[in-house]
Ligand binder design. Sequence first.
Ligand code: HSE
Length: 376
Amino acid sequence: MRIGLLGFGTVGKGVYELTSARADMQVVRVLCRRELQLPDAEVTHDFNDILNDESIDTVVEAIGGLHPAFEYVKAAIEAGKNVATANKAMMATYYDELLPLAQEKGVYLRCTASVGGGIGWLSELERVRRVEAVHYVGGIMNGTCNYILDAMARMDLSYEEALGRAQALGYAEADPSTDIDGIDTWHKLIVSANVAFGVSLDITGIPAAGIRNITKKDMDTFKKHGLLCKLISTGKYIDGVYAAYVQPTLIPLTDPEAAVPMNYNLITLAGDISGRQSFFGQGAGRYPTAYNVVQDCADFLSGRGFYCAYGKKVGVCNEEKYSYYVRGKVDSWLEENTEETWGKAIVTKPVSVQKMHDWLKANPDAFIAALPRKAL
Ligand code: HSE
C-alpha cells in the first residue's frame, strides 16, 4: 500500500512513525504546510501532487476540521483512492456525501480513530452488526470533558482550573468550545449511531448540551446526593423510533461510568443478543489515534471498507423523559415543571429531552444535567 498522508500534526506524525516500521504500507508523500525533511517520503505543499500520483492508492487524512479536509477527501475518493481518516467532524457532517460516493466509486473508506481514539469501537460495531441488531450506543466519548469533571470531583478544582489543566495536558481541541459545548461528543455520537443502526440520522434534530456552565457548587450538590456528573451521549433505536442526544448526566457512584478517570472514554453498545458491552480506553492522543488509522489501512489490505452500507435518512424523536437538575433563571415553564429544589437549583418533574433542550437554547447561561434513569 502506498499512502499519501495529509497533515503532519499529532496524528499524521504518529501514522508516519507507525507505518515506517512496516513492510506492507509506506507513506510516500506528505502534505504539510511547514518546511519538513523526511528520510523516505516526499513532502509537498500542494495536494495535487498526491491526488495526481497514480501510484498512491490510499490517502490518510490527518488535517482535521471540515475544510479543506472534506474537499481533499472527496477528490481522493473521486480519483479512486481509499481513505482512512480520524476526522469525526467531517464524517458526521458529510456522511451523506462521502459514504455514497465511496460506495459508488468502489473505494474503501474507514474512520475508526474518529470515535474513541485507540479503542476498536467502530470496528467492533461492524462485527456486532454481522450477528445482531444494535439498539443502544453511547457513553463517555470526550476525554477533555471527562478530565474536567473528574478533576473537579476528585481534586476539588474549580471549572476554570480543571479546564486549564486539560489544555496544558493537550487533551482539548484547538478551540476548547468544541469539547466543552459537547460538539465533539455530538460528532462521535452521530458517526456511532449511523454505523450502529445502518442509517443516516438527521443531525438537525440531535441536541447537545455541554459542561461550560458547571460550577464547583453544582458538583458539591451532586456529591451530597451520592451522584457524579459525566457528559453522556445517547443513541437509541427502539420500537422503530430513533433518539439521539448529548447531555450532562448524573450518575450513581455504582455505575461503571462513575469510575472512568481522567481523559479516558467508556463507550457502550447494547445488542439484541449479546446485551451490554462497554469499551474503555484512551480516547485521544498521538499513538492511540494513529494506531486505529493503521488498523484501517490494514483492513483495506484485507478488503474491508466502510462498516455498513449507506442507509436511509431518518429523523430522531427525543420524546423520552428525564428529571433534570437545572440552575438558571426560573421562568413560567420551569416553575410549572419544578418538582423540588437542590440548593440554588431546581429538579424538574420528568420532561422530554426535546423540551428541556429547547428551553436550554433560550437560556444559554443555564446548566442542566439529567438525573439517573435506566438508559438501555
Ligand atoms: N478533544 C477530544 C477529546 C480528542 O478530548 O476527546 C479526541 O477526539
